[in-house]
Design a binder for this molecule. Structure first.
Ligand code: ADP
Length: 490
């Protein structure tokens, strides 16, 4: 008899090669790299290790479709219809994709099933709806002229994505690209290439012409860098670390590529004493520990009004103690492993920094188990703004709790970071909530909630958290050029 907690079966791995012009091909060098299951550290597949030669082929395939190929001749509505078919196929394969994501990334199967994959499907459907609604203006200029604008696809887009939400990041990038009529060369993260490759196959089955979506797995400084430099690529859309974005920005200068970046964060999450404390505590827990703390928008700086500080720390500590870590294929698991050894080491280093800098580790701080890259949910109190755990993005399950009493001072502290991706506030006072939403320098502000994502709502960063927006109508801007046409009427 199956029980609710029965473990989900591991999926079959079907695609491990480069996907170029609709064909599955080994890398030109013949090299492969290992991809691991982070909960057991075992090698699950060898994946083609693409490099500059494979990027060249992929860009040629993408250019051929963009510069007069079948794709360029489809009507906007036909593109939208193909995207709808693609979304339907993703939905048919939702369980398989979720299990593949869990295998490659280590995230709990329930998160992949309830979060990642439904959002992937929603995103492709949302942008399918936009395909035949992207239109220009007519402009009343001086003189006897008819002036109008056309919104045209920007061209071949190089898309470089990270490993924390592999399938979802692919969807965020393919959605607006396909809707606008661009073509794509994607370089997935070397830690997690599998769902992206599987999704590319499903796009092909949906009838999206070969060469429209190309995927070249490989490493950043080789395959990624070749994509960024390639003169046949019109735009780079990147999600990842700030340091990598700076390398990309410099490298893209010579070919004057359009660039969009979605980078890191050190997001402030503020709890006022007048909040619904139970909801706020649950929200603060999710804000940081969701996805093993591997979220660019993680609420990693928790500002708590001083008179509820101790109560809030008690609530959060209790939740940490109850959090179920373990096999990510077990539907009862709430927290899986970090993605790899490097991330695990970095997080443990920050736990040491927290202790060295004088913060108090009140829960966690240790490795969980003896296999896989698991880190206990960790909470520091007595954190001051200058400590490394308060300033740097840790990208792991390490929460820094700080007290505040004065609102203006708290807002200044919340803004005292080079990042500006997200922020949240918990209060029953709507005036205070809107004041905070106005004053905080961040691309997304959640009030009495956290991590609420919808394909229709733009997402992106202020300051060093990024350039441009993804999702929503705003997400189309970076995938279109605006052409002005002026016609003499006499
Ligand atoms: P993360 O911490 O999320 O791994 P990275 O910025 O290192 O952040 O990785 C995000 C993506 O950027 C990955 O696909 C990675 O391979 C790629 N990448 C890393 N270095 C470069 C580079 N020099 N040029 C282009 N892409 C890169």
């Amino acid at each position: 008899m199956a029980t609710i907690a029965e473990k989900v079966a591991r999926p079959e791995i079907r695609q491990t090669q480069c996907f170029i012009g609709g064909k599955w091909i080994p890398s030109a060098s013949g090299k492969t790299f290992d991809t691991l299951h982070p909960a057991t550290e075992e090698v699950i597949a060898q994946v083609a290790e693409g490099d500059a030669a494979d990027i060249d082929l992929a860009v040629d395939a993408a250019r051929a479709q963009f510069d007069g190929g079948e794709w360029s001749k489809l009507s906007a509505r036909e593109r939208g219809n193909l995207m709808l078919k693609f979304a339907d196929l993703l939905e048919e394969h939702a369980d398989e994709l979720a299990a593949l994501e869990t295998l490659d990334n280590g995230k709990p199967i329930n998160d992949a099933r309830a979060g990642d994959i439904p959002l992937v499907i929603q995103c492709i459907r949302y942008y399918a709806g936009w395909a035949d609604k992207i239109q220009g203006d007519t402009i009343p200029i001086d003189g006897e002229f008819f002036c109008y604008t056309r919104r045209e696809p920007v061209g071949v887009v190089g898309q470089i994505i990270p490993w924390n939400f592999p399938a979802l990041m692919a969807a965020w990038k393919w959605g607006p690209a396909l809707a606008t009529g661009c073509t794509v060369v994607m370089k997935p993260a070397e830690q997690t290439p599998l769902t992206c490759l599987r999704m590319a196959r499903l796009a092909q089955h949906a009838g999206i012409p070969d060469g429209v979506i190309n995927v070249v797995p490989g490493y950043g400084p080789t395959a990624g860098a070749a994509l960024v430099k390639h003169p046949g690529v019109d735009k780079i859309a990147f999600t990842g670390e700030l340091a990598t974005a700076k390398i990309i920005q410099r490298a893209a200068t010579d070919t004057m590529k359009r660039l969009t970046f979605e980078l890191g964060g050190k997001s402030p999450n503020v709890i006022f004493a007048d909040a619904d404390l139970e909801a706020a505590a649950a929200g603060a827990h999710t804000a940081l520990y969701f996805n093993q703390g591997q979220c660019c928008c993680a609420g990693s700086r928790l500002f708590v009004e001083d008179r509820i500080h101790d109560e809030m720390v008690d609530r959060l500590t209790d939740m940490n103690q109850q959090r179920k870590l373990g096999d990510p294929f077990d539907p009862e698991t709430e927290q899986g492993p970090q993605v790899d050894q490097a991330q695990f080491d970095k997080i443990m280093q920050y736990v040491e920094y927290g202790k060295e800098d004088g913060a108090k580790c009140v829960s966690g701080g240790e490795r969980f188990g003896d296999q896989g890259y698991f880190v206990e949910p960790t909470l520091f109190t007595g954190v001051t703004d200058d400590m490394r755990i308060a300033q740097d993005e840790i990208f792991g399950p390490v929460l820094s709790v700080m007290k505040f009493s004065d609102i203006d001072e708290m807002v200044a502290r919340a803004n005292n970071t080079n990042f500006g991706l997200a922020a949240a506030v918990w209060t029953r006072d709507i005036g205070k909530a809107h004041q905070f939403a106005k004053q905080v320098r961040a691309g997304t502000v959640w009030v009495n909630c956290y991590d609420v994502f919808d394909s229709a709502a733009p997402f992106g960063g202020y300051k060093e958290s990024g350039i441009g927006r993804e999702l929503g109508a705003a997400g189309l801007d970076a995938y279109t050029e605006n052409k002005t046409v002026t016609v003499a009427l006499s």
